[in-house]
Design a protein around this ligand. Structure first.
Ligand code: ADP
Ligand code: NI
Length: 217
């Protein structure tokens, strides 16, 4: 598979995105996923196709300003896969990866997918949600969906994370999701890459609260 063909077809829809799901997010996820695949195995072609098409639901949701699930995007993705002449016998598998890539151990439903391709896509996508880039993407999402930066009087840490509901502030989102991702990864390679990104986010939050409280000291 040549991801460039796929990129050409989808880039018009993804290039103008300002919610953290632009074409470069797809490129980074694909790169990270293939890097993980080299060590952990799985079908490279399935992983590459699924990486480039995993956030079509986000573009659909952005248009109607309402949450769309990965499952909602499957009919559209099927058409794209046929258009780029993806191997017929791999289409079901690619759709499966996309449908189940947004599962979290800390959500009410928990995780169900167990196949290596879906687990690798989950790890790669979650790596791009943490660290320096993850921080930038979080605030991009907040801006695009009118989520406040921080609301200091609201309590932290919900028991369960719900992907379909916005957090009360983007800083709250760090506690409901982003800081929990490190322990939710599956692959050894993903876990290794997550360490530095997680530490950087913690340092970032430390500085954020120091500056926020500066006026009190
Ligand atoms: P990914 O592409 O990693 O699946 P998402 O699609 O969940 O990421 O969204 C991109 C980023 O936007 C997230 O990593 C997060 O920082 C932010 N975000 C997503 N959902 C929410 C939410 N419900 N409330 C606040 N911020 C969110
Ligand atoms: Ni993504």
């Amino acid at each position: 598979m040549d991801p460039k063909n796929l990129k050409k077809i989808i880039q018009n829809e993804f290039l103008p995105d300002s919610s953290g799901h632009d074409i470069y997010h797809l490129e980074r996820v694909c790169g990270l996923a293939l890097k993980i695949q080299e060590k952990e195995g799985g079908d490279r072609e399935v992983i590459a196709y699924a990486s480039f098409l995993h956030d079509v639901h986000r573009i659909m949701g952005g248009k109607i300003k309402k949450f769309c699930s990965p499952k909602d995007s499957l009919p559209k993705i099927k058409i794209i896969l046929e258009k780029v002449k993806a191997p017929k016998e791999k289409i079901e598998k690619i759709l499966h990866c996309i449908e189940f890539h947004e599962e979290y151990g800390f959500s009410k439903k928990g995780k169900t997918a167990q196949d290596i391709e879906t687990l690798i896509l989950q790890d790669a996508d979650n790596l791009d949600a943490i660290g320096a880039i993850g921080i930038a993407r979080a605030f991009m999402f907040g801006g695009a969906y009118n989520i406040p930066m921080y609301l200091p009087t609201c309590p932290f840490r919900k028991k369960y994370f719900n992907e379909a509901k916005f957090d009360i502030s983007e800083i709250h989102h760090f506690y409901s999701k982003l800081l929990r991702l490190k322990n939710d990864l599956h692959t050894k390679t993903g876990k290794k890459l997550a360490k530095k990104r997680h530490a950087f986010m913690k340092k970032y939050l430390e500085e954020f609260f120091k500056e926020w409280n500066e006026k009190d000291n």
